[in-house]
Ligand binder design. Sequence first.
Ligand code: SF4
Length: 512
Amino acid sequence: MQPTAPVPTAAVAAPRTVRKRVLIVNVFFDEYRRTTGSPYRVPQTMAPCFLAGAFSARACDLRIYNEQYSGVLRDAHLLAWPDMLVLTGLTSAYDRMLHLTAYARSLNPRVVVVAGGPGVRAMPGRSRRFFDYVCRGDIEELQSVAREAFGAAYIADEVFPRYDLLEGRRILGYVESSRNCNFSCSFCSLTAEGRGYTKYDLGYIERQILATGKKQIIFIDNNFYGNDRRFFLARLDLLRTLTRERRIEGWSALVTGDFFGRTENLELAREAGCKALFSGIESFDTEILLSYNKRHNTLVPQVEMIRNCLEAGILFTYGVMLDPATRRLADLRREIAFIVGTPGITMPAYFTLVIPLLGTPHFRDCLSKRLLLPNVRLRDLDGVTVTMHPRDPLDDVVRFARHLTSLRGYRRRVMRQVIGSLVHYRGKLTPLQLYSVALSGALICMETFATSPSSIWSRRPRQTFLAGTEVLDPQYTPMIRVAAAFEGHFRPTMVTDDSGALADDLAEDLSV
Ligand code: SF4
């Protein structure tokens, strides 16, 4: 009997997977209209790097771009390149997603555009008019999108951040050990989204840390402390071990105010290699914190919280929010004077106006009380632009906002306080931590110099700091010819109409 002739291999092999090109962009608008990027800003978003982990490296060519780090994406060849464009970014940068969509579709009509992020989650109805896929969930949803658009062969077996794709030379490794938050502050976009606090597996966290290849780790969790003590202690055990084995040199994280309510936590964190903590102080006024539903920040007085942290050998950084719609300017100035005049505390990393972020309880409250100014644009929700009717005359408040981010009028006191802290904590903080104390003073007084030194001499338009009149970024002018159908992509998304009511465009998603 003749042996059966072997079947040619090609006849039974699975059809070759055609590689797909995927470009993932973090869109960004700079509050000072800089276009060159801020590579020294800490922390940096890791969204593109984490989203890239959803795709199969075997079947996809992946490129990522972060406008916050690298500056405005102007490369038309890159925008013409992908089969799929994935967009993410802050709410105020939502319009930038529309710009890039217009470019990508003009250059390659077959491109699939996927969008996510807080703005998209707050406006799914409006977003469906512009993007092929509107993601309201997490990275795993991107896998569902890739499966539907390309097929199962194009998704990764395991979602894992693609640190190898990060641009530039970085000294910090960014890791995530949990998602979302167990609190519900009234102004926070996480509250609007209502997604529960979730934890990652400890082994997965360790692999992330080691995969960064960096000795200084920053946890980008919204709330590293969380509501699971056993999980918190387990992560400290892991970090203590990695520090002792010299696989990392230190780490920092964002914790909520309740972390400081247990005095042993600072010592446990320091022993485990913690070098810095960030906490959203928001205000030194208890009444204000309660009005934000931020009761967990009232467990320990703020000044005590900061000093305890620094005395324990851990750098403390924080942000402060000011709201001229509910507080008098004199009151806000008193709070700033208190901060720059209190010895033994660090300067905030930033001062911001309260932002009525879409879909939050605070936004709905502002809307129902008609507090929003007329003709507010989504782009105006950046924390430096006045967007609400203030209690004091508008001109005075706009002048206050103009000088707030650089603390004009307080700089001498800021420098005096920074020098005082450097002297006081000399033996308790490391040289790197002391350098950071000095840097936070420089950041607050000379924001441009500290985060984007390459752009200090670049010409930028004079800003008005008032919603509706603020100068738009140059990105609103198309950089290449786009089809007439995309002209609307370059018009700013309106939040309110000329009476201050919710703009028709957003009614479907955000009517109260
Ligand atoms: S504690 Fe922070 S992350 Fe959590 S809801 Fe409040 S502002 Fe958002």
